[in-house]
Design a protein around this ligand. Structure first.
Ligand code: AMP
Length: 193
């Protein structure tokens, strides 16, 4: 069975080049390592470069996009498969259905919404797979600090720190996926939440 990863990332085409370079490298590495990619279906920004690069290296990339975004012509026209859905909620559900890992690249509110939803679902035992933050250019430093504070001040338990992992370089993403700590009932222990 093929391996699949879900990528959350920026839709903005105006972000500095360093973010495009990292997204491009990551997409290439994933495809070269035999991963199929699922993403939000956009044509621009980091979403666009992820898709264009996956196609350039003859990989499989599937977009999941709601109708209102198609109406404003945000969808990528060349991906392997584009799944059209009605709502943002359906989109988020399909984005992580049957996936083996989630990778969050730098992004705006949309990316953070998607990332925090899947982190929360994992905390509640609804999603067992690795979640990796690619912290290009230290973009996520303050967010990571916030998450660490959640643990320090007991808004989360210490074992929740293994919900996510953080890497700096695209080449560290696949090792982080493969080396992620197992997550399941034996770790979660709801009784003491
Ligand atoms: P952001 O990180 O705010 O750029 O959001 C990325 C996510 O926002 C995507 O998964 C979409 O939910 C949505 N989004 C916002 N703008 C676009 C766009 N132009 N094309 C596709 N998706 C977009």
């Amino acid at each position: 069975m093929s391996k699949q990863v879900t990528i959350y990332c920026a839709s903005s085409p105006k972000v500095p080049q360093i973010y495009f370079d990292a997204a491009e490298e990551l997409s290439r590495l994933l495809i070269e390592s035999g991963y199929a990619i699922r993403y939000g279906g956009g044509a621009k920004g980091l979403m666009g470069i992820i898709a264009d690069t996956a196609l350039k290296y003859r990989g499989t990339i599937t977009g999941v996009i709601p109708g209102f975004m198609i109406d404003v012509e945000w969808e990528h026209k060349g991906v392997t498969e584009m799944i059209h859905v009605k709502t943002m909620h359906q989109r988020k559900e399909l984005l992580i259905e049957n996936t083996d890992a989630v990778i969050a690249l730098p992004g705006g509110t949309g990316t953070l919404e998607e990332l925090f939803e899947v982190m929360s679902w994992k905390k509640l035992g609804r999603f067992p797979h690795p979640i990796v933050l690619l912290n290009t250019n230290n973009y996520y430093d303050s967010l990571i600090e916030m998450c660490n504070r959640m643990v320090k001040e007991s808004f989360m338990r210490p074992q929740h720190e293994s919900i996510w992992s953080v890497v700096s370089k695209p080449s560290e993403v696949i090792p982080a996926i493969l080396g992620a700590k197992p997550w399941g009932p034996q770790v979660i222990n709801f009784a003491s939440v």
